[in-house]
Design a protein around this ligand. Sequence first.
Ligand SMILES: [Zn+2]
Length: 443
Amino acid sequence: MFKRLALSTLVAAAALSGCSSLNTTPAPKVNNVIFMIGDGMGPAFITAHRYDRAGEPGRQVEPTIFDQLLVGMAATHPAEDTWVTDSAASATALASGVKSYNGAVGVDTDKLPVRTMLEQARKAGMHTGVVATSEVNHATPAGFVANVASRRMYEIIAEQYVNKRIADQSMLDLMIGGGQRYFPREEGGLAEQLAEQGFQQAWSLEEMTKLDALPAMALMSDRGMPFAIDTDTPKRLSLMTDKALELLDGQDKGFFLMVEGSQIDWCGHANDIRCALGEMQDFAKAVERAKAYVDDNPDTLLVITADHSTGGLTLGSQGEYAWLPTAVNQVSRTSSYIAEAMLAEPERSVASHWQDHAKMTLSESQLAAIEEARERQVAGEGRYTLSNAISKAVADNSYTGWTTSGHTAVDVTVMAYGPGAEQFAGYQDNTDIAKKLMGLMAR
Ligand SMILES: [Zn+2]
């Protein structure tokens, strides 16, 4: 009775004061933020990962880590005359809450610098890090750290990673990824400047595992890292995420960490479903590591989304009611890896090469198409003629559909876990994700 009376009094008071909500829960305490971006990871990639794990149709389907943490969807369009964004405009939106043009890195439509959540974190005394399987200065991580008119300004972006100052501090305590070529190790080069700033340095995945204090950097390949399934360490991003969390853990004022599964996008551009499933497995494992960190550190908020979808991936093609991840998994390498092997030994038939890397049976006409593609590429026609022909055979035999070699405008999923996760529920614009995160991170 008392409770009901109290509630009705409260309702009356709320009505009188014009307050629209009875929710008086204090803002959640968010000490650390882990923001994970699957580049190009449209909804179909997440579905593909689920059925890839299940295998044969009819088997028990377990929710993936993405399914478990799903809370909403986001629109991704840029601020120009197309609904289809690139990674730079989307990274800028996700990092700052400001929509910009395709190619923009941390700048608005007037090419003026925007304030990103990583900058905000820095100003608040938080530790900061970026992890990516692309070059660390590629468009998505760059959108959080740098401010340049074009994503192609790789050298200037790298320079800003090293020398841009916020509140008298450099932008980053930690960078892990590829891109050695942009941080030269010669005298006076950016790598040497970072060493002078006290950065521990690693140049391979193995050296990375030995980093033991901040500031630290690991640049493990000349450009982007090799595709997950083309290496001995297909779970490289989860190792990198583990190391980042180990180094950032226990900071008084908390940390902001951005982790990108960069190459889901590259597999999408190549229309290579085997490549995409490998990158999704690695990214999923990295998300599982981040979720485990939140379980141990409940003042940490984990948000996961994509910047856009790539390739127009869909699961089902040619009028068949079928999609066969088991067929995809009969191939053990990316199409580009297999194509390189076929080009390196042109005297061997493509059929013989194929057997080195795949158990999938190809038809005579598919083998002929691949042989012909190899001849055309050797004759100078295109850089991807052969790998595209291989990707097409794998797609056709698994009923995988692709609509484009570019990006698409479909909405992307939003996953969140930890304090404030409920704020990301439902439909939102990608800029809203940034605004909510910046609000939750405000000190
Ligand atoms: Zn892309």
